[in-house]
Design a binder for this molecule. Structure first.
Ligand code: SAH
Ligand code: SF4
Ligand code: F3S
Length: 470
């Protein structure tokens, strides 16, 4: 069962924030290093961690060197994500030897797995605090317990991974990474159990926030200068099924809020991407023209083994309807190469799918077995070397298709949200089109965080080049 954290419990945590702030005020201002390894959902959790820590008196640093508190907010989706965390944790051993008072915490999706907490217990004795994804709002209490013990010898290592299907905690303080882009979780967890994926195991069951809570957060973000709202969930299309509202209704309500801003959302699942939703998006002028619709594979046999609940023909039907209703739409997708039992013929079905759809860009991954998932038990005879060759072929084909896709923007004038200074030339700015394409153009830094009209003059395979028009 999903638990909504009570207001009393949240008030208790606010008291702990004050108590930690009092302790911290007795010394030089402490510094925290918070490193997030995972997806947007994790980045959003990281903003809550920083929000709580800021109120406890912490400043922030980009490196763990000399920090009083280090928190690693981890991801479990692929093995290399986990390897990076262990590598970084190993390096912290030396830091802690130099500064034994350093407090080290690990949270996020990785620690929801028993084999990981066991490894942390046994092989990483310098880690003081481990807390699960459903314990995030209790961070003030956990830190208070660590700091309050006067005698360092008595400091206990704490592992706090609450059991259950997941919680919703409203009112956790926030410190947004970017003043004009606001990530707003609308739901947590996942019920889909795609056979390769660890997320449902580490994030619990699907649960939706209440519409008024989301609208209030959206309103305050817009009033605070946000020009892009990113609605987050593992499968936003199934938002609100239980409390009797839908993602389409939510989009319409946010679209109706006053102000100039853009609404983005991720991720979507093709099985729940309905015609009604596409009609809604077509009619909501603030909703992005970018459709990130992870397909994973172009082979029906593999899609079934993945437990995805759609066929390639279903996918084409969605794409065709999007193109009919939203002619300026851009599509992007996620692809997994080398799922257990995938043959070269299956892989060729993926190639033919991307040739047919013509995505603007793709996020491509080599399959990584995740302990506890169904796919990890399936026979996987293809060698890593062979999978690597298929992967390279996929990149090559998409490289050509992506460049062609970008060429269609040349000559168009697009409303661009200016996101920052140019990466190479200081006279340039960089921004995103409604289709989420990156565009570089000459302009003054005062435009950062504002919308400008940009005429696209040239397409490279990773970005567009243009100039501002009135
Ligand atoms: N809920 C989102 C995001 C899931 S994780 C969604 O369904 O789209 C993001 C991407 O990581 C997935 O779309 C998938 O392409 C990839 N992924 C997930 N598990 C993986 C695994 N075990 N190996 C390789 N890639 C994986
Ligand atoms: Fe993982 Fe599938 Fe859920 Fe996405 S929809 S988080 S891929 S189980
Ligand atoms: Fe990783 Fe957890 Fe996101 S496993 S992809 S950080 S939900």
């Amino acid at each position: 069962m999903t638990t909504r954290i009570s207001q009393e419990e949240m008030a208790l945590q606010r008291d702990f924030i004050k108590k930690v702030a009092e302790i911290n005020a007795q010394n030089a201002p402490p510094v925290a290093h918070v490193h997030t390894f995972g997806c947007q959902q994790n980045v959003s959790d990281g903003e809550k961690i920083k929000g709580m820590l800021a109120l406890m008196g912490y400043g922030f640093s980009d490196t763990p060197d000399g920090a009083d508190l280090v928190i690693f907010n981890t991801c479990a989706v692929r093995e290399n994500a986990e390897d990076r965390v262990f590598g970084n944790l190993g390096a912290l051993k030396h830091e802690k030897a130099k500064n034994p008072e350093m407090l080290i915490g690990v949270c996020g999706c990785m620690v929801e797995q028993q084999h990981i907490t066991k490894k942390l217990k046994q092989s990483f004795p310098h880690v003081d605090l481990v807390f699960g994804t459903n314990a995030l709002h209790t961070l003030p209490k956990l830190i208070y317990e660590q700091l309050n013990i006067e005698n360092r010898e008595k400091r206990r290592r704490t592992f706090f991974i609450p059991e259950g299907d997941g919680v919703i905690a409203e009112g956790v303080p926030l410190r947004r990474e970017n003043p004009f882009k606001a990530s707003i979780p609308i739901m947590y967890g996942c019920n889909n159990f795609c056979s390769y994926c660890i997320v449902p195991f580490v994030r619990g069951r699907e649960r939706s926030r209440e519409v008024p809570d989301i609208l209030a957060e959206a309103r305050s973000a817009i009033d605070g200068g946000a020009r892009e709202l990113l609605l987050l969930g593992q499968n936003v299309n199934s938002y609100g099924k239980e409390p009797g509202t839908s993602f389409s209704e939510l989009l319409r309500e946010i679209n109706a809020l006053d102000g100039e801003f853009r609404i983005c959302y991720m991720s979507s699942h093709p099985k729940d991407f309905s015609r009604e939703l596409i009609d809604t998006i077509a009619s909501c002028e603030k909703v992005t023209r970018h459709f990130h619709l992870p397909v994973q594979s172009g082979s029906d046999r593999i899609l079934e083994l993945m437990n995805r609940h759609y066929t390639r023909e279903d996918y084409f039907a969605i794409v065709d309807y999007i193109r009919e209703r939203v002619p300026d739409a851009a599509l992007t997708s996620d692809i997994i190469v080398g799922f257990p039992g995938e043959t070269y013929d299956d892989f060729k079905d993926t190639l033919s799918l991307i040739e047919r759809v013509k995505f603007d860009s793709l996020y491509t991954f080599i399959y990584s077995p995740r302990k506890g998932t169904k796919a990890a038990e399936m026979p996987d005879p293809i060698s890593a070397e062979e999978k690597g060759k298929w992967f390279a072929e996929l990149l090559e084909v998409q490289g050509r298709l992506g460049e062609n896709a970008y060429n269609r923007y040349v000559g168009q004038t697009l409303r661009v949200l200016c996101e920052g200074g140019g990466r190479t030339d200081p006279a340039f700015l960089t921004g995103k089109t409604p289709q989420d394409a990156i565009v570089d153009f000459a302009g003054d830094k005062s435009l950062i965080g504002k919308f400008v009209n940009v005429k696209i003059e040239k397409a490279l395979n990773w970005a567009l080049i243009g100039s501002i028009v009135n």
